[in-house]
Design a protein. Sequence first.
Length: 729
Amino acid sequence: MTPTFLNLAWLVPLPPLLAFFAIILFTNKNKRLSSNVAIGAILISWALAWLVAFAFFVQPEFIEHPFDVAVPWLPTGTTLFSMGVTVDAVTAGMLFMVGFVLAMIFIYSSGYMTFPGHLAAALNKDGLDPRYSRFFAYISLFATGMLGLVVANNLLMLFIFWEIMGLCSYLLIGFWYEKKYPDPKQITPKEAGLKAFLTTRVGDVLLMMGLIFLFIQAGDLNFQYIFAAETLHHLAEASVTLPLFGEVSWAVLISVLIFFGAIGKSAQFPLHVWLPDAMEGPTPVSALIHAATMVSAGVYLIVRMLPLFAADHHGENGAMTFVAFIGAFTAIFAATIALAQNDIKKVLAYSTISQLGYMFAALGIGAWVAAIFHLLTHAFFKALLFLGSGSVIHGVEHGHHHAHAHGHGHDDHDGHGHGAYFDPQNMLNMGGLLKRMPRTGWTFILGAASLSGFPLLTAGFWSKDEILADAFVNGHTLVFWTLAAAALLTAFYTFRAVFLTFFGQPRTEAAAHAPESVSAMTLPLMLLAIFAVAGGWVGIPSIFPGLGGLLNNPFGSLMKGQAEHYGLHAEEVFSSFALGVSLVVALGGIFLAWLVYGRRPLQTGQQDPVARLLGPVYTILQRKYYFDELYAATIVRFTKWLSQISFRFDDQWLIDPIVDGVGRFGRWLSGALRRFVDEPIIDGAVNGAGLVASAAGSALRLLQTGQAQNYLLVLLLTVLVLLGLAQFV
């Protein structure tokens, strides 16, 4: 029966795709029906995903021989390119996570999209966003993209679903495209969506180049074919000479190009700039992007392709080193920026960038199992945190509108109302929300504890500790200390957000009047909180003192077999020193946050203590190291200059002059033809024919006397002439 259940992988992406078409074609006028269609579809996909995942978990033989089924699709000359599905340990783990997290986000969205506070009351008559149905259509297509990507058995199919997600991210980040701010320098949702789309396209173009080179060299893009020992050996031995870099194996070159696709998708340095601005979309979109779909896809791609990166160990001094460097640098780089952000969603956004850096660093040092483990646990607690932040924003917006019920509060949020602009995402406008929103507050704190790596109890601790232990034991000292420093900062800025948001006294009337969110929003938070805590227990190393023998590390055992199948390192490691460092940075960061923000909660109008301590450095961090300004002054300006040069090339120098010259030649030729052909020949012939007709008419006119006897005489003469002629014939 198990292969039958694994065949259900074909159907996993189908329900949300059908929901997308059903909503846009049939149900879009009925908002509640549209949301029910979307939620029903994703629940079916969740059930199918878990059936496939558990069917794989109970059959160990599929670990060493992944389930792979394909159908012929496209002629490529001598062969047919096939499309199909694959189910291995990585697929099963991702389906378990993605299906559940997507279902929670969809249910949450039905409550969140009922109060778009940035819209005027006239546009929100039924209590639902005016584009409520469109939103659920878009997120259904988004879910299709990720689910299809996870089950794809080849890189082309993966790339198709990869691009579907890119389109959906553009549509959803800019979903509230009419939203404006009083500050003209602040990016709008429309601009943020375009920024995300264009930035990720840079990585996607390089990824596509990598796929083209891989197809040329390997002859196929099927994962099982690529990871065959003879294919990997060929890619590692064959080489190409590049300017500046010299001779490079095809395995390294293709791996680096593929990694650039992941850099763009997962917002790693230097293509990180789009992700914080993606927070301009509705909060469920942020959770989709940061937890279940978009950025997870980039890590998943490298997880899937790591056998190529490590082909014949050529990647250790090339592609994998590059991955480790980018990952570790991004982890610490993004963590420092998060220290100075006051927007609760942007704090979490930079946290995501940093945690993804953790995963890439783990992949770069060969900690394949640890990277997958952190990818899965991170999805649970990051979805919890983003949905929790959305609940907070929702409550603060409600509180603001309640406090300004007679001040046209709905118009204030978009900067066009009669009152002062109010930012419901700014943590300085919050405080004391734990009493007002206890379900949101406590679940958010659990998610924050997991993100910070609170020892032993949380999923984040176990997945982070594995990465740190692997880095230390295998001699990657620089990566180890960089990630440890990032973990310290993570614990600090995460609990900075907790203390600024939920503790102390309300710093605004909006916070003082914030209500708890509806059950459709808080129930997913509570379910996600369970996985944010207990989700890591299945990966406790069996060699961990005391606790290791309780569950015997079922996750590690499952992934170890998969790693050995692909020739990857998967041995369990433990280091008491690394464990001690992990405990110190997690608890130390939380303690420092309490010392600065918890012991003496921030008061209304009080300056941030960290800003006072860091001075101008805080401004640099708050401005994100001025990368947006740098890109605007260099890449954007160069692009605009190039477009102007291209316009001049078109308008003044080449294309337009050619077109204008053709036009002038046409006018000259028409004049010449008029003088030498049309007037003397054509007009002459026509005019001559007219003159002949006129002369003949003048002669015949003489016969028209109007006297009958003359006509009879002419008739008589004509008859006589004809009779005379008849005599001779």
